[in-house]
Design a protein around this ligand. Sequence first.
Ligand SMILES: NC(=O)C1=CN([C@@H]2O[C@H](COP(=O)(O)OP(=O)(O)OC[C@H]3O[C@@H](n4cnc5c(N)ncnc54)[C@H](OP(=O)(O)O)[C@@H]3O)[C@@H](O)[C@H]2O)C=CC1
Ligand SMILES: O=CC(=O)O
Length: 291
Amino acid sequence: MEVGFLGLGIMGKAMSMNLLKNGFKVTVWNRTLSKCNELVAHGASIGKTPAEVINKCKVTIAMLSDPAAALSVVLDKDGVLEQICGGKGYIDMSTVDPETSCKINEAITSKGGQFLEAPVSGSKQPAETGQLVILAAGDKALYEAAIPAFDILGKKSFFLGQVGNGAKMKLVVNMIMGSMMNAFSEGLTLADRSGLNPRDLLDVLDLGAIANPMFKGKGPAMLQNNYSPAFPLKHQQKDMRLALALGDENSVPMPVAAASNEAFKKARSMGLGDMDFSAVFETLKVLKHSS
Ligand SMILES: NC(=O)C1=CN([C@@H]2O[C@H](COP(=O)(O)OP(=O)(O)OC[C@H]3O[C@@H](n4cnc5c(N)ncnc54)[C@H](OP(=O)(O)O)[C@@H]3O)[C@@H](O)[C@H]2O)C=CC1
Ligand SMILES: O=CC(=O)O
């Protein structure tokens, strides 16, 4: 199967590499074109623009940073819209808000193309090992056509109905994840400041009812101030912001998520946006001990 792939950041690079290693023919494009070189060394072809990739491939996947990037790659000059047409499918796996996804759907389908949103749960390592959870919605026929690729990229795919539902599910999940990361950071700080060994806290948490892969995976690195980015903090803050907007639209009070968003904003203001989202832990370290 031949696919196009737009966006070779942390996730896109791992996902397109995975497709290549599993026998897919992949044509890649990235805004910073030099990032295509590693994929080309593994057998990928290169498209000089998103339009060129769409022209070449029947199905094209995108994995871009945020709503502005997702819209720009479709609507701007040399973008997806210039070449999309009947018989071609476009799958946006970026995390965006439902409104952005609906705008992209309208643009693609107005030219006769098929559209599927398919954001993913799971980070750099699940992307590398094909263990993502795929949250698809939109064109069911395109979903079915994409299953061979989704089976390589993920451990489970959900089809959630109309466009927007995949984006909503992803935002709900990441709203919970961001809030958990803040509670975890506060717990590690409280353990330390009250005279406990935070490493003991990790062991206790791992044996109880709130054990989870995120605490287990991130905790030891956080205690070593290691925030090598798997999921950049700026993207987690974007997801909290978009989830809060979804809460506004649906009159859902979300005080925990709102406080977490403030902590992520503070971390961004401290210059930590490109670090892993666990770097929100650093916002607590600037607080002074009370006497
Ligand atoms: N990292 C993770 O753990 C996960 C991330 N996600 C989501 O996946 C998406 C990608 O994340 P990730 O790979 O980590 O992000 P990165 O920041 O590593 O990569 C972002 C990608 O978007 C491109 N991009 C940014 N702005 C534009 C623009 N205006 N026009 C064209 N391309 C642009 C970048 O191009 P360039 O190289 O030129 O900057 C790059 O290819 C995000 O929506 C994120 O929320 C979802 C699940 C997990
Ligand atoms: O969006 C991030 C993730 O880990 O999922």
